[in-house]
Design a protein around this ligand. Structure first.
Ligand SMILES: Cc1cc2nc3c(=O)[nH]c(=O)nc-3n(C[C@H](O)[C@H](O)[C@H](O)COP(=O)(O)O)c2cc1C
Ligand SMILES: O=C(O)C(=O)c1ccccc1
Length: 357
């Protein structure tokens, strides 16, 4: 059986330049983490409850004050204009139409202010968060934060799984390093240290430490979400340091290839956090039931990365709308079949390893 999402994936693959397809699809090294994100979901089952009178249902969740109509939000991904000429504007409109949250990437090919404006034209309350990598020059980081604030972003997502860039062998083979002429990382334009009228390269730095995060906290009143946490001890430290939420992520298998599947890392993170802050998860979510499993294991919401890119490449704004509509409807269906009325009804006891019962 071909799912709606895999049909969009197939269409995207037909339409995209193979080099760009590989950039979107690929992972690091042997692509073990990439494959395991899916594999680990397949190894889990939902144990449904019956006769619970679970009607009416409400799939909405609130995350750091922002409402999402379903607990499926959009993870940050770079370079949407490689997928479709409308790029991030299409993604923003579709995400706003779906009533969910867009995490705009620092590596967007559209400036963050244009992204939030496009989202708000669809829905005045549309929530957009801004993802960033802390830059070695603090003045660059604070200017990026100021741009995100000015654009009306309501949270910052700091990606911490990238002290160095992952080794993506597809990109090495294809010699893919730069955006084609006419496209640029628009958020990096005219920053301190950039050439006049030009862009700054996005830096990833292995020198960063917790005090660098404090400097960010002092520079903004926006809530801070740490993305890319897998070790429970880091989760404990993050909560103690006042981080507002965590995102369990292995960067879609694009950074440390030996990293575990995110759904396997989630239970220990949820245990360490003990409900003190929301925990999000991304990596391998391709069905509403994957979202239901993640919520049962302690996530408040999940992000999707590649499915959005496939929808965008296949059919622009309509394609992204379809991806989010299908996942939201599937999530509601999973609630219905599990005897749940709302996300909070998804409890740990509903998840069991496949083959164990
Ligand atoms: C093409 C691509 C670009 C990405 N760019 C970013 C980025 O700019 N910042 C970031 O924090 N994560 C980035 N990610 C990671 C995603 O936010 C997310 O963690 C991952 O895609 C989730 O896995 P999934 O694709 O299986 O849903 C990127 C992922 C992909 C596939
Ligand atoms: O490809 C990625 O995963 C990613 O995070 C990224 C970040 C900056 C520029 C290009 C891609």
């Amino acid at each position: 059986m071909t799912s709606a999402l895999s049909a969009l994936h197939a269409r995207a693959r037909e339409l995209l330049d193979p080099v760009h397809y590989d950039f979107f699809a690929g992972g690091a090294g042997d692509e073990m983490a990439l494959g395991e994100n899916r594999g680990a979901f397949r190894r889990l089952a939902l144990l449904p409850r019956v006769l619970r009178g679970n009607e009416p249902r409400d799939t909405a969740v609130t995350l750091l004050g922002d409402r999402a109509a379903t607990p499926v939000i959009v993870s940050p991904t770079a370079f949407h204009r490689l997928a479709h000429p409308d790029g991030e504007l299409a993604t923003a409109r579709a995400t706003a139409a779906a009533g969910t949250i867009l995490i705009a990437s620092m590596a967007s090919t559209t400036a963050v202010g244009e992204i939030t404006a496009a989202a708000r034209e669809i829905h005045p309350d549309a929530a957009v968060w801004f993802q960033l990598y802390l830059q070695p020059d603090h003045a660059v980081t604070t200017e990026l934060v100021r741009r995100a604030e000015k654009a009306g972003c309501t949270a910052l997502v700091v990606t911490v799984d990238s002290p160095v860039f992952g080794r993506r062998e597809r990109d090495e083979r294809n010699d893919f390093h730069d955006l084609p002429p006419g496209l640029a990382a628009e958020n990096m334009r005219d920053l301190p240290g950039a050439p006049p009228g030009g862009t700054l390269d996005i830096a990833m730095s292995p020198a960063l430490t917790w005090p660098d995060l404090w400097r960010l906290r002092d520079a903004t009143a926006l809530p801070i979400i740490l993305k890319g946490v897998l070790h429970p001890e880091d989760a404990r430290i993050a909560v103690a340091e006042g981080v507002d939420a965590l995102m369990v992520s292995n960067h879609g298998g694009r950074q440390l290839d030996a990293a575990p599947a995110t759904i396997e890392a989630l239970p220990r993170i949820a245990e360490a956090v003990a409900g003190r802050v929301p925990v999000l998860l991304d990596g391998g979510v391709r069905r509403g039931s994957d979202a239901a499993i993640a919520l049962a294991l302690g996530a408040t919401a999940v992000g999707v990365g590649r499915p959005v890119l496939w929808g965008l490449a296949a059919d622009g704004e309509a394609g992204v709308r379809q991806v989010l509509q299908v996942l939201g409807a599937e999530f509601d269906h999973a609630l219905a079949l599990c005897g749940a009325r709302r996300p909070a009804d998804l409890t740990q006891d509903l998840v069991t390893p496949r083959g164990a019962v």
